[in-house]
Design a protein around this ligand. Structure first.
Ligand code: 0RA
Length: 646
C-alpha cells in the first residue's frame, strides 16, 4: 500500500470516529437510555464501571467518587493507569483513543474481558462526548499525564505534567447542559445507593463517595465509605435488616472459578413477600431472565426433593407450586457473563440460555449442603412452604370473588368512585384521596371530564404485614383494583397484572401534607409496589403536592409549598401578611384544592419512580415493618414527605 493510500485510510478512519462521537451527541439516548435524570446518572456509572473492571482484574482496590463543588464528577482509582503510549493504528496515545473513539474501551487489554459494563458498557468516550469538559489524569510508571477534552474533542495531545509515586486513573467531567436539558444536578441518594450496591456486588473493593457541594455543621463534606468483605451475604443482611429471619444463617455461595461466575445468597423471613434481585455484570436485571430461571429451578427442585423425602408433605391434599417455595424469601443472584444478550422492554432481561444450568446446579448444591447441615432450619423452611401453599389456595378463592364481582354488578365500579366522563384511559386521571371529607371537596373541585375521585377510608391495610388473602379481602384494596380496572393473577402466574385494562393513565395519591398523610401515602405506595409494580415502573403513579401555606394580604393571595416560598410571598406583600398553615386537605375549599393541587396548569405532581428495586424494597420493609427506630430516623431525615424517590 502506498503512503498516500494509507494516509487516506487513516483520515477516513478518523472521520468515522468523529462521526461516532457526533452520533453520540445526536442520539444520546441510543447510548445511555435517556437524557433525563437516569441518563445523567448513567454517566457516573459508566466511568465507575471502568474502575470496577480494573479492580475485578485484581489491579486496584480503592475507588473514589466525588460530586465536586461545581457539580462536576470525579472518579479516581488506584489501578495501573490507562496506558498513554502511542496507539500504532490510530497514531495518538492509547488514552486519547479510549477517550475519543466510540467502542474503543478496553479492547487492547486481552487478559481481562470486560464484564462489569454489560448494559451501559458503552465506553467512557460516550461520557466524554456528552460532557462540556472532561479531564483525564493518569498516574503511571512514576509520571503524571493529563489530557482535556471539550464535548469529546481533545484540546491537546496527552502531556506529562509531573512526577508521582501514585498509580491510577482520575476522570473529571461536567455533563453538557445542552444535552441534559432537564437537569445536570446529581442526586446524592441515587449515587450513594448505587455505590453501596456496587460494593456488595464486588466484595473487597473500597468505594468512597463524597459530596463537596455542601458542608455540614462541622464544616465537613457529606461522605460515605462502602466496603464489603462478605459481598452478597452482607447485602442480604442489609436488605433484610428490618425483617425477622426464620433460619439461623444467610445461605450463600460464590463460584468464581467456572465459565460463568455465579454468586448467590438467600434467607427466609417471616414476611409473605418474595424478593429476588438478580444482577448480570453488576447490572440489576429487573426483568429477570435465564439466571433467574436457573435460580428458581434449582431452588424448587432441591427443596421439593428434601420435602418429599422428609415425609412432611404426606398429608397435604394439593400440589405445592413454585411460588410457595419463594414466600418470605429474600435472595440475590449475581452472574458475570462475557457476552450478555439483553432482551425485554427495558433491555434488562438476560437471554443467554447457557446460563440456566450452571446457576441451577450451583443453587442446588448450595441448598443441599445447607439443608443437610441444618436440619432444624430445613424443617422451618418446609413448614413455611406448606403454609404458603395453604394460604395460596385461600387467596385464590378471595381473588376470584373480587374478579367475579368486577365482571358482574354492571361494570362493577365501586360505589364510592366518582368517575369521569372521558373514556380514553390515556386522558383520564384518578385521585386516591385520604378520607371521605377531602374526597367530597375533591369531587366538587375536580374537572369531571377527565378526573375521577376515589376516597379511601382512613388507614389502608398494611400489605407488608398481611397475608395475601387478607389483602384481597380488604374492601379499600378491592375498590382500588376495581376502580383501576386491573386484576391480578392468572392460571400461569399468580402475580401477573393485566395492566392493558388500566382505566386511568395517571393514578394520583392525594393525602394531607403531614406525618399521618405521608404514612397513608406510604401505605398506598407499598400496596402498589407489592401488588402492581408495573404501574410504578410504567410511570402511572403520582403523588399530589398540596400547598402548606396560604399567604394573604388584602385581596392578594399566594400559596406556598415550603417555608422559603412562604417568606418570599410575605415579603412580596410587604411583610405582615396573614399566614394560614394548612393542616390538611380538609381545610381547603373546592376552589382552592383545584387551583393548587388538581389543575394541570398549576399543580405539581411528583412521579413515583423506582431507581433501585433493592433499595426500594428495603425502605418499604423498613417503613412498614415492626422496628420503630429506623423508621423514625428515615422519616425525620426525609422530613416533609417520607417519599420513595418520588
Ligand atoms: C487496559 C490496560 C491497562 C490499563 C487499563 C486498561 C485501565 C483502564 C482503566 C479505566 C479506569 N481505570 C483504569 N485503569 C486501568 C494497562 C495494562 C498494563 O499496565 O500492563
Amino acid at each position: 500500500m502506498s503512503e498516500e493510500i494509507k494516509k487516506n485510510n487513516y483520515s477516513a478512519d478518523s472521520i468515522q470516529a468523529l462521526e461516532g462521537m457526533e452520533h453520540v451527541r445526536m442520539r444520546p439516548s441510543m447510548y445511555i437510555g435517556d437524557v433525563g435524570v437516569r441518563g445523567l446518572h448513567h454517566l457516573v456509572y459508566e466511568v465507575v464501571d471502568n474502575s470496577i473492571d480494573e479492580a475485578m482484574g485484581g489491579h486496584c482496590d480503592t475507588i473514589g467518587v466525588a460530586i465536586n463543588e461545581d457539580g462536576s464528577i470525579t472518579v479516581e482509582d488506584n489501578g495501573r493507569g490507562i496506558p498513554v503510549d502511542l496507539h500504532k493504528k490510530e497514531g495518538v496515545s492509547a488514552l486519547e483513543v479510549v477517550m475519543t473513539k466510540i467502542g474503543a474501551g478496553g479492547k487492547f487489554d486481552k487478559d481481562s474481558y470486560k464484564v462489569s459494563g454489560g448494559l451501559h458498557g458503552v465506553g467512557v468516550s460516550v461520557v466524554n462526548a456528552l460532557s462540556v469538559h472532561m479531564k483525564s489524569t493518569v498516574f503511571r510508571e512514576g509520571k503524571i499525564y493529563e489530557q482535556e477534552y471539550e464535548r469529546g474533542k481533545s484540546l491537546y495531545p496527552v502531556k506529562q505534567i509531573g512526577e508521582t509515586d501514585k498509580r491510577g486513573t482520575r476522570q473529571t467531567f461536567y455533563p453538557d447542559n445542552t444535552i441534559f436539558t432537564q437537569t445536570t444536578e446529581f442526586s446524592y441518594d441515587t449515587l450513594s445507593a448505587r455505590m453501596r450496591e456496587l460494593s456488595f456486588l464486588n466484595k473487597g473493593i473500597t468505594i468512597t463517595f463524597t459530596d463537596k457541594r455542601e458542608v455540614d455543621e462541622k464544616g465537613e463534606f457529606k461522605s460515605e465509605v462502602f466496603h464489603s468483605n462478605e459481598g452478597l451475604k452482607e447485602y442480604i443482611r442489609y436488605l433484610d435488616g428490618n425483617r425477622e429471619p426464620i433460619i439461623t444463617h444467610v445461605i450463600s455461595m460464590d463460584h468464581d472459578k467456572g465459565e460463568i461466575p455465579v454468586e448467590v445468597a438467600l434467607i427466609y423471613n417471616t414476611s409473605y413477600t418474595e424478593n429476588i434481585f438478580s444482577y448480570v455484570n453488576n447490572i440489576n436485571t429487573h426483568e429477570g431472565g435465564t439466571h433467574l430461571q436457573g435460580f428458581r429451578s434449582g431452588l424448587t427442585r432441591t427443596l421439593k426433593k428434601y420435602a418429599d423425602a422428609s415425609g412432611m408433605l404426606d398429608k397435604l391434599k394439593f400440589e405445592i407450586s413454585g411460588d410457595d417455595f419463594r414466600e418470605g424469601l429474600t435472595a440475590i443472584i449475581s452472574v458475570k457473563v462475557a457476552e450478555p444478550q439483553f432482551e425485554g422492554q427495558t433491555k434488562t432481561k438476560l437471554g443467554n440460555r447457557e446460563v440456566v444450568s450452571p446457576v441451577s446446579q450451583a443453587v442446588g448444591e448450595m441448598l443441599e449442603n445447607y439443608l443437610e447441615e441444618n436440619p432444624n432450619d430445613a424443617r422451618v423452611i418446609i413448614q413455611k412452604v406448606i403454609l404458603a401453599a395453604q394460604a395460596r389456595h385461600a387467596a385464590k378463592k378471595a381473588r376470584e370473588m373480587v374478579q367475579r364481582k368486577t365482571v358482574m354488578g354492571g361494570g362493577g365500579l365501586p360505589g364510592k368512585l366518582s368517575d369521569c366522563s372521558e373514556q380514553d384511559p390515556a386522558r383520564c386521571e384518578v385521585y386516591l384521596v385520604e378520607g371521605d371529607s377531602a374526597g367530597g371537596t375533591a369531587k366538587q373541585g375536580r374537572d369531571r371530564n377527565f378526573q375521577a375521585i376515589l376516597p379511601l377510608r382512613g388507614k389502608i391495610l398494611n400489605v407488608e404485614k398481611a397475608m395475601h388473602h387478607k389483602v384481597f379481602e380488604n374492601e379499600e384494596i378491592r375498590n382500588i383494583f376495581t376502580a383501576l380496572g386491573v386484576t391480578v393473577g392468572t392460571a400461569e402466574d399468580s402475580k401477573a397484572l393485566n395492566i392493558e385494562k388500566l382505566r386511568y393513565h395517571k393514578v394520583i395519591i392525594m393525602c394531607d401534607a403531614d406525618v399521618d398523610g405521608s404514612h397513608i401515602s406510604t401505605l398506598i405506595l407499598t400496596f402498589f409496589f407489592r401488588f402492581m409494580k408495573e404501574l410504578i415502573e410504567e410511570g402511572h403513579v403520582y403523588i399530589a403536592a398540596p400547598p402548606l401555606y396560604l399567604v394573604k394580604k388584602g385581596n392578594k393571595k399566594e400559596y406556598a409549598w415550603n417555608d422559603v416560598q412562604r417568606d418570599q410571598a410575605n415579603e412580596r406583600m410587604g411583610g405582615s401578611a396573614n399566614i394560614q398553615r394548612y393542616k390538611g386537605l380538609g381545610e381547603m375549599n373546592a376552589e382552592q384544592l383545584w387551583e393548587t393541587t388538581m389543575d394541570p396548569e398549576y399543580r405539581t405532581l411528583r412521579q413515583v419512580t423506582i431507581d433501585s428495586l433493592a433499595e426500594a424494597d428495603r425502605v418499604f420493609s423498613m417503613l412498614m415493618g415492626d422496628e420503630v427506630p429506623p423508621r423514625r430516623e428515615f422519616i425525620e431525615k426525609n422530613a416533609v414527605y417520607a417519599n420513595i424517590d418520588a
